[in-house]
Design a protein around this ligand. Structure first.
Ligand SMILES: Nc1nc2c(ncn2[C@@H]2O[C@H](COP(=O)(O)OP(=O)(O)OP(=O)(O)O)[C@@H](O)[C@H]2O)c(=O)[nH]1
Ligand SMILES: [Mg+2]
Length: 603
């Protein structure tokens, strides 16, 4: 059985068009194989991915072109999921590096390309989105070449093929000025320049690089058969990190075909497959011969950089909207998540209803929170905390990030000021089209809440991207949110009359008539201190009048927060209350006197 396989991973910065391209490749392959049929060609298939337009988990698909099977791994571009990309690169012999023809190489491009170069993978560069106005394909091509050179690419890697085109319009070409009608030039390049997966003979070996979960068969191990052949029903050895070897048995084998999977009896060296029936595996384990097991070099999983406290909802409004509200529910759900969410870690605390959840960033954690609230959970989370480390001398180290901001020239000064206040140091400032391109190194702590401020200062024009760089010596105190909170003194709906009267105190997060509780954060104070106010008193009946009354007319609409914005907004002494229908901010201590007492003892 000689197989002709190409294994490629598609990598890029977030939004540069990976998933769109994979969709188009699948479309195109239909022409070559009449036996395959497809349903909806939407690869980002979970509801959160669709809504946000981002890929959260990588996916395997496969197409046949000429007599070659091309396994394609679509990867997420957001930095929070970078660890996932690093792992799945192990499945590939080559990468398609996509770069936006206007934006050029961005932080995540550098990161993923660096990993691919280190692993010795052969790249094909796709300068995408050449349909965009003001794009600069030639400049971007040169930039990618320089980047690869600086990343230490070999002669062979530097000798890469470049294609230009538009995933969205579904065409690729070796010359961006000569538009084609399809993406065939790309498939031709893959077949010609990506090395075929080598077929290695010997006892079977497969490293488990990712996993899938099915409620019927449980956890499914995904990996590439490195050597030999895997057979259905075969007894195997599972080789663990601690050196132990477990006897396991392959229940079923699947390979990827189109958007789906097909069951097969055996899988040969070089092919990517999904194995069910393996109990107790971890990522990085090797599935090897039953009698003569040999381990493959382990892969490491990204360490978390951030944690958040998760606790049950104990606000006065608890249990009104959710189905799952007890600490038992919360515990089970969180630990279940760790079975498939590899970069996530959950630790119990000395309080039965409180857990520390460790993740790779705000987005990583917010995806979990959002998923839970959709499933019917109620919970509260605390302010996200970055994780510090100590070096051998006992110095405190903190995570630093590379921050890139593209911003109209007239607001660049404001951005630099905001970032500097948070201990960010500018490393690059250069023009990029009509924009200024700024690069900084900034403590991860300083990034929390920065986006809100930068967007306000630039009237929403700034494009911000960041990713973890390294740990460095702690940079000292960073000023937090400058404004204090407006806190409700009482429970009940706020009246238009009082909210109107208090407009000069700050901006509100609630509308007149909205139920609030004592201790809830209902707005942002114009001054640095917290202010507890009564918004329920006076002229209650005015609420009953039709909107458009004098009181209502003058009231600024409430400020709305997305889940992530709210996570970045809350302070140390505040919680975010999350239910299927609501996101509220609150003081951990709801009672004003208790807060005052606590503040005294803290002094
Ligand atoms: N103008 C233009 N837009 C494109 C092109 N390719 C993709 N897009 C758009 O860019 C956005 C992001 O595309 P995706 O394919 O989801 O990007 P991605 O790289 O998979 O993003 P992540 O998975 O989140 O990293 C979508 O709105 C696409 O419609 C292109 O060639 N030209
Ligand atoms: Mg995608």
């Amino acid at each position: 059985m000689t197989q002709n396989i190409r294994n490629i991973a598609i990598i890029a910065h977030v939004d540069h068009g990976k998933t769109t391209l994979v969709d188009k490749i699948i479309h195109a392959s239909k022409i070559f194989d009449a036996h395959q049929h497809f349903d909806d060609l939407i690869l980002d298939d979970n509801p959160l991915e669709r809504e946000r337009g981002i890929t959260i988990v990588s996916k395997n698909v496969s197409v046949r072109y000429k007599d070659v099977k091309i396994n394609i791994i679509d990867t997420p571009g957001h930095a929070d999921f970078g660890g996932e990309v690093e792992r799945v690169l192990k499945l590939a012999d080559g990468v398609l590096l996509l770069v936006d023809a206007f934006e050029g190489a961005m932080p995540q491009t550098r990161f993923v390309l660096g990993k691919a170069i280190d692993l010795g993978l052969k790249p094909i560069v796709v300068v995408n989105k050449v349909d965009k106005e003001n794009c600069r394909p030639d400049e971007v091509h040169e930039q990618v070449f320089d980047l690869m050179f600086n990343l230490g690419a070999s002669e062979d890697q530097l000798d890469f093929v470049t294609l230009y085109g538009s995933s969205k319009q579904g065409w690729m070409s070796t010359d961006w000025k000569h538009k084609t009608t399809d993406i065939i030039p790309l498939l031709d390049a893959v077949v010609a320049s990506i090395p075929p997966a080598p077929v290695l003979d010997g006892t079977p070996q497969m490293q488990i690089t990712s996993l899938d979960y099915s409620s019927f068969v449980g956890r499914i191990a995904i990996g590439r058969v490195h050597r030999g052949t895997l057979k259905e029903g075969a007894n195997m050895s599972l080789m663990k990190a601690d050196g132990s070897v477990k006897k396991v048995k392959i229940r079923e084998l699947h390979v990827f075909e189109g958007l789906g999977r097909v069951k097969v009896d055996e899988v040969g060296s070089g092919e990517i497959c999904a194995v069910s029936g393996i109990e107790g595996f971890d990522i990085g384990d090797t599935l090897a011969d039953a009698d003569n097991p040999e381990q493959l070099a382990r892969i490491s999983i990204d360490e978390p950089t951030m944690n958040m406290l998760f606790t049950i909802n104990n606000s006065p409004f608890f249990g009104k909207e959710g189905k799952f509200v007890t600490s038992r529910h919360l515990r089970d759900r969180l630990f279940k998540e760790t079975e498939k969410n590899l970069a996530l870690r959950v630790e119990a605390t000395d309080k039965e209803d409180t857990f520390l959840v460790f993740g790779r960033g705000i987005l990583h954690l917010s995806v979990l929170i959002e998923t839970m609230r959709r499933e019917g959970y109620e919970l509260q989370v605390g302010q996200p905390q970055v994780l510090f480390k100590e070096d051998e001398k006992g110095n405190r180290l903190e995570p630093m990030e590379l921050l890139v901001v593209d911003v109209p020239e007239e607001t660049a000064g404001k951005v630099i000021e905001l970032v500097s206040m948070r201990k960010g140091e500018m490393t690059i400032m250069e023009p990029k089209g009509d924009l200024q391109h700024l690069e900084f190194k900034i403590p991860s702590r300083g990034l929390i809440g920065l986006r809100n401020n930068v967007l306000t200062a630039t009237a929403g024009e700034a494009i911000m991207n960041h990713r973890f760089a390294e740990y460095e010596e702690h940079k000292g105190v960073i000023p937090g949110r400058i404004a204090g909170s407006l806190i409700s003194l009482e429970t009940g709906p706020g009246t238009a009359y009082t909210i109107d009267k208090m407009q000069d105190r700050g901006s509100f997060f609630v509308d007149p008539g909205e139920e609030v509780y004592a201790g809830q954060v209902i707005g942002e104070h114009t001054r640095p201190n917290d202010l507890t106010i009564n918004i329920q008193k006076g002229k209650k009946l005015t609420n009953m009048r039709a909107s458009g009354t004098d009181d209502n007319a003058k009231i600024v609409p409430k400020r709305q927060f997305s889940l992530e914005e709210a996570m970045e907004y809350i302070q140390k002494d505040e919680y975010l209350e999350v239910t299927p229908k609501s996101i509220r901010m609150r003081k951990i201590l709801l009672d004003e006197n208790e807060r005052l007492r606590y503040a005294k003892t803290a002094e």
